[in-house]
Design a binder for this molecule. Structure first.
Ligand code: SR1
Ligand code: MG
Length: 399
């Protein structure tokens, strides 16, 4: 990685001119760094008319939101490009298009999605994208089915697992999701008023056993090529369109992790809604989030099942009834992982704007408390929540 240098705006423009695939690249004249995530530099490249045409993304050799004291592999850019390209093959309508990747500079050039908006912001502002939940379910079904043993030949699958080994990014998830919130750790971040609730997480043996089982599955179940961080901030939406971005946590892991992360972020929005909206709007937004959760899961499960019925050739995995049994296991995993997302986003290093930007402190703390209580319950009773209606009933019970 000796050729690596941190890109300036001028570098980003030159790179977009060279690799952006435009017929008239000289119209690209200006770059603006817009990265607001935890990890990378992101440049929008504008043309002479001031229109953003291309995005250039570069991995930094450290965690951006923490600083150089937390070094981080540049190889994550390769894993991100590789994951997005693989997902694009199976679901181009819902995956950002990577136009060029340079491993030495850890730089990707990708399609500009300026006509889209980050879904999290739209959810917070109660802006409706009626097709988004179905599209997310479709994305999850297509990319997870086509990278699973239900589709890939055994040797091909094992080669794929090997080429997507992502130990450093997985370690971040292993620590942030499954360790930090359940122990005293300097990375944890929560208000002192929640100390009692957080201490209770550390002292709950049943909870910690359930978290151990989830972490063990995350370590060991190479079921499909996950996005690895499919929260509402990794999803762009526009009317009738949804695109997944930001896949540097991609690896072969348990399918329920991606599904649970997606559902968990809808629930985090559910928890935060009263902090941003008046009573009536918050109640309506909450009902909509529950409907969204039903739609994401139902679409995912129906489409995955249909793809398996149509395409699975494996003599054992294609046996009638097995796919339903497998999806039931994925469901329970997803509920458990969903609970860990609620807790790590309330107690751990990395929070969500759905709750963190609530202006009223008391309300913000109440929403955090709600997310912790709900997350804890979901982790512990995941195996007893039989279907999405039962999940919705439980969410109502803890509201
Ligand atoms: C140190 S990275 C913290 C979080 O940001 C990413 O978006 C992932 O969600 C990760 O857990
Ligand atoms: Mg990200």
């Amino acid at each position: 990685m000796s050729q690596y240098r941190t890109f300036t705006a001028e570098d980003a423009v030159a790179w977009a001119q060279k690799f952006g695939g435009l017929d008239n690249p000289s119209v690209l004249v200006r770059a603006q760094e817009v990265g607001d995530g935890n990890l990378n530099l992101v440049f929008k490249i504008f043309d002479t008319q001031g229109v953003s045409r291309i995005v250039v993304k570069q991995a930094l050799p450290y965690v951006r939101c923490v600083g150089e004291s937390w070094p981080l592999t540049l190889d994550r850019a390769r894993l991100e490009a590789q994951t997005l390209r693989e997902h694009y093959q199976h679901c181009p309508q819902h995956t950002v298009n990577i136009l060029h990747f340079d491993p030495a500079l850890a730089v990707m050039v990708m399609e500009d999605l300026s006509d889209h908006r980050i879904w999290r912001g739209e959810l917070i502002n109660n802006v409706s994208y009626p097709q988004a939940p179905r599209q997310l379910g479709e994305y999850l079904a297509q990319v997870l089915f086509h990278t699973s043993d239900f589709w890939l030949q055994p040797q091909q699958k094992k080669a794929q697992v090997a080429s997507f080994i992502n130990p450093e990014m997985c370690e971040i998830t292993e620590d942030l999701f499954f360790n930090d919130p359940y122990q005293i750790h300097e990375r944890n971040n929560y208000p002192a008023t929640l100390e009692q609730e957080v201490a209770a997480l550390r002292d709950d043996a049943q909870l910690k056993l359930a978290v151990a089982a989830l972490k063990h599955r995350f370590f060991s179940h190479a079921e499909a090529l996950l996005h690895g961080d499919i929260h509402s901030g990794s999803i762009f939406v526009a009317e009738g369109s949804l695109k997944a971005i930001d896949a540097e946590f991609g690896f072969f892991g348990p399918i329920g992790f991606d599904v649970g992360t997606a559902l968990g972020n809808l629930l985090l929005n559910f928890c935060g809604a009263p902090g941003h909206l008046g009573i009536r709007d918050a109640a309506a937004a909450r009902e909509q989030r529950l409907a969204d959760i039903r739609e994401v899961w139902t679409t995912f499960a129906e489409r995955f099942q249909a793809l398996a019925a149509e395409k699975t050739q494996d003599a054992a995995l294609g046996y009638p009834g097995y796919i339903s049994q497998f999806l039931q296991k994925i469901w329970h995993d997803a509920v458990g992982f969903c609970g860990t997302e609620l807790i790590r986003r309330s107690v751990g290093l990395s929070h969500v704007a759905d709750i963190d930007t609530i202006p009223d402190e008391e309300m913000r703390h109440a929403c955090l408390r709600h997310a912790i209580t709900l997350g804890k319950a979901l982790i512990v009773i995941a195996d007893r929540i039989e279907n999405v209606d039962a999940l919705i009933a439980r969410v109502r019970q803890y509201s």
